[in-house]
Ligand binder design. Sequence first.
Ligand code: TYD
Ligand code: MG
Length: 470
Amino acid sequence: KTKMKSSWVCKECGVNLGQWWGTCPSCKTPGSVKRHAEAKFLKSGAESVLDNEAVKLTVPQRLADVNKGMNKSDWRIPLNGHLGMEVARVLGGGIVPGSLVLFGGDPGVGKSTLLLQLAAIISEGCNSRGPARVVYVSGEESIEQIGNRADRMRITSEDLYLYSSTDVEDILDKVQNLSPKTLIVDSIQTVYLRDVIGSAGNITQVKECTLKLLHFAKETNIPVLLIGHVTKTGDIAGPRMLEHMVDAVLYIEGERYSSYRLLRSVKNRFGSTDELGLLEMTESGLQAVSNPNEMFLSENYSDSDVLAGLALAIVVDGSRTFVIEIQALCVSGSSVARHVNGIQESRADMIISVLMKQAGLKLQDNAIFLNVVSGFKLTETAGDLAIAAAICSSFLEFPIPHDVTFIGEVGLGGELRMVPRMDKRVTAAAKLGFKRCIVPKAAENNLSSLDLNIKILGCRTLKDVINTVF
Ligand code: TYD
Ligand code: MG
């Protein structure tokens, strides 16, 4: 006999609902709630992992007793080296024992590569306690394949164990005997539980397997790092659905033709979610990018020739500040097309309209292309002014000198507005050797009083900017 219950599940956030909703009550996405007939197909006699194991969890304990036995250094497993520190920063420190961390990303972006490297980093952890066991389980590759990959990346950790299996019970059984410092499972879409009907990768399997791993982590205090493929849109069994179950979610993002990767945390029970890690895929695996400028500025910026259509914005992401390059290309007389990459289309439209109406630029017969270098997604309005400047530069065929940066939001009247963290941005620009910074007039005095080695040029409107720079 099978226990069967149909339910409604939101495709976007994965919340389980008792009935159909036109708009998901949890994430407010319209039309995302779909009937899900197999949400509780369990084989006879089997109970959901949630049903039977939750009750086994311990009795309530006093805070004082909980913290007493805990050595401060036990709070997090440190990650060493440049790559380890970059990942640790995004995690808000090292890895918290007993946590379940999901690493999501498109197929081929480098999830297996990163996790194998992390396995080695944890295993070789240069803390006083010496090497630690780490188990890397793959449901996708044979141990020979993983071994080959490790060899190419020159990983030689003594205490790194490889295992190839798709049976979660079998995995946990074998792993418990080794009592490793960390367990890595690649990937959630390839493992299954015997008691759950359906093949690996279906929604019930993915959820129940995640719960099983979660309970394993909590009971044994062994952290589990879980890989999840971002599946084609509309496919429900992707990492998004698991976000609310796990402790932290990190996404690896990257453009197809770029070797740079961004590591972004979208959920973190143990730290902030606005950290961004910068990585580069090389012949021997992923490496931390130490100088973000090499990532966000195109070759043009090392040339002495200055091209029209380039402008620099200063963005803040988490605790880091970057200078990023905006490229614009205005082509008159061709078809009136717009192509935007790395900028919100509606934002770009707004800025183009303001340039036409308030600054008198005759952009109406132009095809306009906009691009943010290296796949960075500009979400802050602080980049508005640089976008406008890049468009002006291309349209007027006037190159902007290399030492100029732009900070500011553009309003509908063509006025420049302040954005948060102005001082932090200007300080970063000065440190990187830029000589001039265009800012909203209202910020000019404050910033000038910082006494940095950079000239602060306050402007009220886009017209002012054009008169100052062009
Ligand atoms: P992979 O980690 O297998 O991606 P995922 O697990 O997210 O599907 O990495 C995929 C790509 O990375 C693959 O096309 C080859 C490339 N790669 C390198 O460039 N250098 C390396 O050292 C490794 C291991 C992979
Ligand atoms: Mg993989």
